[in-house]
Design a protein around this ligand. Structure first.
Ligand code: LMR
Length: 334
């Protein structure tokens, strides 16, 4: 097992050799909660192949999808213990560590994905990563999923009032809690791994997810109505155990950065492709089974939602929550 200091070797492997066949010297476990056929899942697999290649096999990357190893809440603790070396939780999951990452949860904050990328790639993104580093993690890159859609088993959600009284599963985010409270709904925090059964058993009525997660976790099977709302964004920060990072020699750290940067370019492509193609598959399911109705918000309905939920921004002006400056910097990013 990797013990994590200096050039410590994986115990049951042969001694170091520069040759490619010497076997791995480091084991990097990458834990995530979604299916392999998602933007994050595919990018994690790409990263695995690429880093193994770049490191000449010295780093053995093992990807564990679908919460097999940890839920997102547990993984953040496990990273500090170096029980796992890498994860990519969604921004909402960092609430207890760096609540400011919930900036990305604020509904209707971004005009489109390009503006959002400029925020992530600019000063705001740097500041947020620094906050994570200051908490004893290594912040790597931001990864996309995409914009979220509303679904329900109770009634179609078109106007904000339609959400009233419905129990919505949310990620562990104060912003998402405020968003649903603003429309009189009843938000319930729940790990991703429990959402399907929660919807199936009626513990919750409704949810918000991007198409990719709705499709790969089959949430469409346990919902009657789906509304294309694109009201908020779901994305991730890839983080690494500091102990693991510091145990790597400089050349392998460079390989990690390169593999990560290449995986990030791919990830953004996967996010676009999969959310489009998997939406088509959901539409096909709706058409062939008649068990799901799909709606698109009209510009008027969208404006009503924007008005109803963006009034929560001032609740997060305190810099210990998100901060007015960060919110304005994001809003003013061209
Ligand atoms: C969720 O909990 O809904 C998401 O964080 C799942 C994911 O990682 O896409």
């Amino acid at each position: 097992l990797f013990t994590g200091c200096g050039d410590t070797k994986v115990e049951d492997k042969k001694p170091t050799s520069k040759s490619e066949n010497a076997g791995p010297e480091y084991t990097l476990k990458f834990s995530h909660v979604v299916s392999p056929n998602t933007p994050k899942g595919k990018a994690a697999d790409f990263f695995e192949k690429r880093l193994e290649e770049l490191s000449g096999g010295k780093i053995d990357v093992q990807v564990y999808p679908s919460s097999q190893l940890y839920t997102d809440n547990a993984v953040l603790k496990a990273l500090t213990l170096d029980s796992v070396q890498m994860a990519a939780p969604s921004f909402s999951k960092f609430g207890k560590i760096v609540p400011q990452l919930a900036l990305f949860d604020l509904p209707f904050l971004f005009k489109d994905i390009d503006q959002l990328h400029r925020v992530q790639d600019g000063v705001v993104g740097q500041k947020l990563k620094q906050m994570i580093d200051d908490k004893g993690y290594i912040a790597l890159n931001f990864w996309d999923n995409g914009f979220k859609q509303l679904s329900s088993s109770k009634k179609p959600i078109l106007m904000p009032a339609d959400a009233e009284g419905q129990k919505f599963r949310i990620m562990s985010s104060k912003v998402l809690e405020a968003q649903f409270k603003a429309v009189g709904a009843n938000p319930q925090m729940m790990p991703f791994s429990e959402v399907y059964s929660g919807l199936q058993q009626g513990v919750i009525d409704a949810a918000e997810n991007p198409f990719s997660n709705i499709y790969t976790k089959k949430f469409y099977e346990v919902q009657k109505y789906l509304t294309v709302s694109n009201h908020g964004y779901l994305g991730y920060l890839v983080v690494m155990s500091k102990k693991f990072w510091e145990s790597l020699p400089e050349d392998l750290q460079k390989d990690v950065v390169q593999a990560m940067n290449e995986a990030t370019v791919k990830e953004r492509e996967y996010a676009q492709e999969l959310n489009n193609s998997q939406f088509e598959k959901i539409k096909e399911y709706a058409k062939t089974t008649g068990k799901l109705e799909i709606f698109e918000l009209t510009p008027e309905q969208r404006a009503a939602w924007k008005k109803a939920v963006s009034k929560i921004y001032p609740e997060f002006y305190d810099k210990d929550l998100i901060g007015k400056d960060l919110i304005n910097d994001a809003l003013n990013t061209k």
